[in-house]
Design a protein around this ligand. Structure first.
Ligand SMILES: [Zn+2]
Length: 260
């Protein structure tokens, strides 16, 4: 199969390849994983996303918003590299002020447990007990609520409030889109540089096992974002210094309360 070309990446791609060569010389494989947010039901955008995941045999974690239409997603789970996890309770912003979030921070633990439990019934039965809070908003009681509801892990964003309690947490690090002023592709050079920097930081700190999480939002991709995603997976999916793993496997191997 011809490897899709990464659009207009030039020097940034060469430098990423040099970084990966360092990993290879060190006998290490970088741990990558991929999360896509906001799916509710089947759309042409979702089909396009799944086709890319299948084409590259790339493990994909779909963070689904609980919704009565979730039954349409059932068939997606049959597609080998896809796993489904819970993205909040309904993706409605109930916080006051500039920071968005589903749970006002004065809600008690019991309210969170009730909302999470009642919304979960909409997800297909095979959805994994892994939680992704919308807008990366972390209610102070969220880790405790997730533990009480039996979640085995969760995922947010590194800029979100650090937490030490609750189930293991593995964040996404590399966002395909920029959001201010409307969603659009971040740019090839910027993306490749961010990935290289994440790898270099892990190598220098000998954090070889710290995963690098790619974050996409299939409903918001423009054409450059789709082209880059295809090209990036073509470049990295079978690279000898890279290993792509499902989020559930990373969480299972982490255990305890460690955070990445
Ligand atoms: Zn979301």
């Amino acid at each position: 199969m011809l490897r899709p070309r990464l659009p207009s990446s030039g020097l940034a791609l060469i430098r990423l390849r040099l970084e990966l060569a360092r990993w290879r010389r060190a006998g290490r494989r970088a741990q990558f994983w991929w999360r896509d947010d906001d799916v509710r039901w089947r759309t042409p955008h979702l089909e396009r996303l799944l086709q890319i995941a299948e084409k590259h045999h790339a493990p994909l974690t779909l963070a689904a918003i609980p919704d009565p239409a979730n039954f349409e997603l059932q068939g997606c789970l049959e597609r080998a590299p896809v796993e489904l996890v819970q993205h909040g309770v309904d993706h409605q912003n109930r916080r006051q002020g500039p920071a968005a979030g589903e749970f006002p921070h004065d809600w008690p633990l019991e309210r969170l447990i009730k909302e999470i439990t009642t919304s979960r019934v909409h997800l297909p039965p095979r959805a994994l007990p892994i939680f992704v809070p919308p807008w990366n908003d972390i209610h102070p009681q969220l880790p405790a609520a997730l533990a009480a509801c039996g979640f085995t892990g969760w995922s947010a964003w590194p800029g979100a409030v650090p937490t030490e309690d609750g189930p293991p947490r593995i964040d996404a690090h590399i966002d395909l889109l920029r959001w201010r002023g409307g969603a659009r592709f971040r740019g090839s050079g910027k993306m490749l540089t961010t990935i290289r920097q994440a790898l270099a930081e892990r190598r220098r700190q000998e954090g070889w096992a710290r995963p690098v999480g790619l974050l996409t939002h299939h409903l918001d991709h423009d054409e450059p974002a789709w082209a880059f995603l295809d090209g990036l997976l073509g470049e990295l999916r079978t690279h000898p210094a890279v290993e792509w793993r499902p989020l559930s496997a990373l969480l299972a191997s982490r255990g305890g309360h460690a955070r990445a």
